[in-house]
Design a protein around this ligand. Structure first.
Ligand code: ADE
Length: 259
């Protein structure tokens, strides 16, 4: 996958050189480039922002540097907006608290794309005409990390790239480990334990030492339901009262129940 990031703080993304994604880049699974928006300005001060038309607090990012930066990255003719057709060119993502909510499902969808371009806004955001212009040339999405306001899009883009990057085949060594995670089956994940079996007076739940795989799967599934009900009841795909009656996650019976 090719990833381009435009930001006035390119140094922010130095952490993508390390850890799992750093290895994925070295292995050629992710081809990532970070572009400094100020390189696309032409004045002495490399100005990227100006006061808002209509008044109000804060500054708005000027359209011209964004236009030049994106023109230099996007293919000249990405055609009309053709939905999810990957021939339509890269997906251009603007992180914004006013965007659609980023989810695991969106991460899965974007992990299939050959080319993602992220435009990190700062201040009070980017002149709306940048979004409108490029939406007319290809696929554009405004994406929010959650219902809170960050100082800029950089942290949101870091989070999105980490969530998307680890779903690209080959990035996570053991793909099995991606299956039983929070949000993968609509529930929060079960708690995990390792050795020693007893630590500071706290014992590992005995069922995990039993060797009974059926009992372990049932216990883990019940833990997922209990945790989800306790902290994220909005995620439960069924009536609370019936929760225990469902077969374990990823079981044949559960898939059949889902239809
Ligand atoms: N920029 C500022 N706040 C944001 C948020 N919550 N999500 C994505 N981008 C943002």
């Amino acid at each position: 996958m090719r990833i381009d990031i435009i930001s006035i703080f390119p140094e922010f993304f130095g952490v993508l050189d390390i850890s799992l994604l750093g290895r994925a880049r070295q292995a050629g699974l992710i081809d990532l480039a970070v572009h400094n928006l100020r390189d696309f300005t032409h004045d002495r001060h490399n100005t990227v922002d100006d006061t808002p038309y209509g008044g109000g607090a804060g500054m708005v990012m000027k359209p011209e540097p964004w236009g030049e930066a994106l023109d230099s990255i996007l293919p000249a003719d990405t055609g009309a907006n053709t939905g999810t057709d990957t021939d339509a060119g890269p997906v251009l993502i603007f992180p914004s608290p006013a965007g659609e909510q980023f989810t695991q499902a969106m991460a899965r969808e974007l992990a299939q794309e050959p080319h993602l371009v992220f435009g990190c806004g700062r201040y009070e955001g980017i002149d709306q005409r940048v979004v409108d212009h490029f939406a007319g040339r290809g696929r554009v999405r405004l994406v929010s990390l959650g219902d809170y306001v960050l100082n800029g899009g950089e942290v949101a883009v870091m989070a999105m790239i980490e969530a998307i990057g680890r779903l690209i085949p080959g990035v996570v060594g053991n793909p099995e480990s991606l299956v039983e995670e929070s949000h993968e089956d609509g529930l929060l994940e079960y708690p995990s334990y390792t050795k020693p079996a007893s630590w500071r007076g706290l014992d590992v739940p005995p069922v995990l030492l039993s060797g009974n795989h059926g009992a372990i799967a049932a216990w883990r599934h019940q833990q997922q339901i209990d945790r989800t009900r306790a902290v994220r009841p909005d995620l439960l795909p069924f009536d609370n009262a019936d929760a225990e009656l469902l077969p374990p996650a990823n079981s044949k019976a559960r898939r059949a129940a889902r239809g």
